[in-house]
Design a binder for this molecule. Structure first.
Ligand SMILES: [Zn+2]
Length: 213
């Protein structure tokens, strides 16, 4: 019988597709279960997936069940390797507002989003920004692996986002928070913002600190 994590991965993928966070055949999700990684298949939409549609690979990328994995499987594997045993779920999306943010020439890569809400601070911050690399390339995988040493959330220039979590649900929460924060940013981009103060930020960190950098 398939572990419950596999059904949860399929349900999460379908939910992303239904709600427009993933479209066409974009996006890929994985879970680590013991020594194996289960990842969404290549070239298929994230909707209507069942556990038997997932590719099973080992931590070196060797195929174990005959299903072709997403072409981005190398960055999933390096993210797990770098992040260590506390991470067991990875989400990659091309969600619209986060991709729009990744395309801004004016983006401050050291501080990509203003501190508008406590939830961004709790679930996303610190957000790493990586330069553009070709999708599926070893250079992209290596860069994601390095960023995953100290970040749960990564913005890929001109491409999308990668979010890590202790479970697929936690990774999905982070991805949704990042996409919605990017949406808020564009809604408010030309307004004067009332941001959280340093004291308010520090209070959040004391109460809810989850970031690793
Ligand atoms: Zn992608």
């Amino acid at each position: 019988m398939a572990p419950s994590e596999l059904q949860e991965l399929c349900d999460t993928a379908g939910s992303f597709h239904r709600r427009g966070y993933a479209f066409g055949s974009t996006g890929n999700l994985s879970v680590r279960v013991g020594p194996h990684v289960w990842i969404t298949p290549t070239g298929k939409p994230l909707r209507d997936l069942e556990p038997e549609h997932l590719a099973q690979i080992d931590l070196q990328g060797a195929p174990l069940n005959g299903v072709l994995p997403s072409k981005e499987y190398p960055f999933h594997l390096l993210a797990y390797e770098s992040a260590g045993p506390g991470v067991a779920g990875v989400v990659h999306l091309h969600s619209t507002h986060a991709v729009a943010l990744s395309c801004l020439a004016t983006l401050d890569e050291s501080d990509p989003l203003p501190l508008m809400t406590p939830y961004y601070r709790m679930r996303v911050h610190p957000l790493a920004v990586l330069p553009y690399f070709r999708p599926g390339s070893p250079e992209l995988a290596e860069a994601v692996g390095r960023a995953a040493e100290a970040h749960h959330c990564i913005l890929l220039r001109n491409h999308g986002i990668v979010c890590l979590g202790g479970t697929i649900a936690e990774a999905a929460d982070r991805a949704e928070e990042l996409e919605e924060t990017a949406k808020l940013f564009f809604l408010l981009r030309h307004e004067r913002l009332n941001l959280l103060t340093p004291d308010q930020r520090d209070e959040i960190d004391r109460a809810f600190r989850t970031g690793r950098a």
